[in-house]
Design a protein around this ligand. Structure first.
Ligand code: ADP
Ligand code: ASP
Ligand code: MG
Length: 414
């Protein structure tokens, strides 16, 4: 078999852990498999580098920022290759430009366009372990790019797709995908198998165990993803196509995202075209708007509330303060914002065929006296924006209320 193993920051956090990675991949190779590794920066390193750049440049969407923050992975691949050699194996390291992980030029959030798998295959055929830097690529002009926080997951799955690997193992500091963040809720349970679609929602809604784009690529190219711990041999979570058994579980997981801010524009004229005009400059500025709620007042005006990534909040308010006066014929002080929010969500493919999930979610939050500010739903998820100070309380209440600390077979219906 051809196996891609991706090791996250904690799994390569010091030299002893790197020796552990070397031992693990050599054991896999000894079983007769070809092994390509994708490796993250040592834990804390990307944050440290980002903090250095922030002292000089706030916007991370910058060519030079990517030059700097991609270096953590360069150190890791070199050290891991040395660790494999020290353990008696053969290894070759690859940076993004050496196996031509070509991306677009959106610095700090680049998307992979193509990968040249030949140099990696050559190393594997020579009996070497290929050690590939996660998180980084190169654009068509030769500039170094990075794939967004957590982007080594995406490198892992993309390399697995390019090599047509049999499996992509994501080694991290928890032993699988849980019903909610096990570091926040100790009663969280490991999920044995989860569909790409559910995993995509969990990842988009705050479960950082896999980067969203990695799940998208897994789904698109049919890469089998196995999320597991680098500290044990226990079976982790398989991310696979949906099957009938999965639909029996109504709610599979609870997430919280704390990286959004809420913006409100009050007293807008309630006439056609206003929302279009308001959101156009945001879209032009590359700001993606998430939840949107519009309320009509009796006096012919309307209030529009929506969320944006917290990093874009300042720019959003500036743009709107510029535009709103044009739209409402008065100055822009009716634009307000709230950074102290979070979004809690429940996710499950079984929701498609079950009524009452929203009702239960609202009742569980109400029982904790938590006020819901915005709501959005899709076929397989419900999200509520609430005050940030209630994040953990809400996650615990929803996790217990939907019975997620029990084995799936023991959960009672809604
Ligand atoms: P790595 O450095 O290996 O990429 P990350 O820190 O990016 O690891 O992701 C693993 C972390 O994701 C866990 O330590 C855990 O706190 C967090 N996490 C959030 N939600 C979940 C979930 N539903 N299941 C498992 N882990 C989760
Ligand atoms: N080192 C990068 C980060 O911390 C990429 C990753 O670890 O996946 O975001
Ligand atoms: Mg990660």
């Amino acid at each position: 078999m051809l196996i891609v193993q991706k090791y996250g920051g904690t799994s390569v956090g010091n030299i002893d852990r790197m020796k552990n990675v070397a031992a693990r991949c050599l054991a896999t190779q000894r079983q007769g498999h070809q092994v390509a590794l994708v490796v993250s920066a040592m834990s804390g390193e990307t944050n440290r580098l980002l903090e250095l750049t922030r002292q000089l440049q706030e916007d991370p969407n910058d060519r030079e920022v990517d030059v700097i923050i991609s270096t953590g992975e360069q150190v890791s691949v070199g050290l891991i290759a040395l660790a494999i050699r020290a353990a008696g194996g053969k290894a070759r390291s690859f940076l993004g430009h050496q196996c031509k992980i070509v991306t677009d030029s959106s610095f700090s959030r680049a998307r992979i366009v193509s990968i040249e798998s030949a140099p990696i295959k050559e190393a594997l055929d020579a009996g070497e372990i290929a050690v590939i830097a996660g998180f980084q690529g190169v654009d068509e002009k030769g500039s170094i790019t990075t794939l967004g926080r957590g982007g080594s997951d995406t490198t892992g799955v993309a390399i697995a797709a390019a090599l047509a690997a049999d499996v992509c193992e994501i080694y991290t500091d928890v032993d699988g995908v849980y019903t909610t963040d096990p570091n926040m809720v100790p009663t969280a349970r490991k999920i044995d198998r989860i569909s790409y679609e559910e995993m995509l929602e969990l990842a988009s809604l705050g479960a950082k165990v896999l980067q969203i784009r990695s799940v998208e690529l897994g789904m698109k190219y049919g890469v089998k993803i196995h999320v597991r711990s680098s500290f044990s041999d226990v079976e982790g979570t398989w991310v696979v196509p949906e099957d009938a058994a999965m639909e029996k579980v109504v709610v599979s997981g609870v997430t919280v995202a704390k990286d959004e801010a809420k913006i409100t524009c009050e007293d807008l004229p309630d006439i056609s075209g206003v929302a279009g005009r308001l959101f156009a400059p945001l879209a032009d500025g590359g700001i993606s708007v998430d939840m949107i709620v519009q309320n009509q007042a009796y006096d012919g005006t309307t209030d529009l509330t929506f969320t944006v990534p917290k990093g874009d909040r300042k720019r959003t308010v500036e743009i709107l303060k510029d535009k709103v006066p044009e739209l409402v014929g008065k100055d822009g002080e009716r634009v307000s914002y709230d950074d102290e929010i979070c979004k809690v969500s429940v996710v499950g493919v079984g929701m498609r065929s079950h009524a009452g999930v929203a009702k239960t979610m609202f009742q569980l939050l109400a029982a904790e006296n938590i006020n819901i500010q915005l709501i959005s739903t899709s076929e397989i998820k419900i999200s509520c924006v609430i005050a940030r100070k209630y994040a953990e309380l809400a996650v615990r209440a929803l996790h217990e209320g939907f019975g997620l600390s029990l084995p799936p077979s023991e959960r009672v219906g809604l």
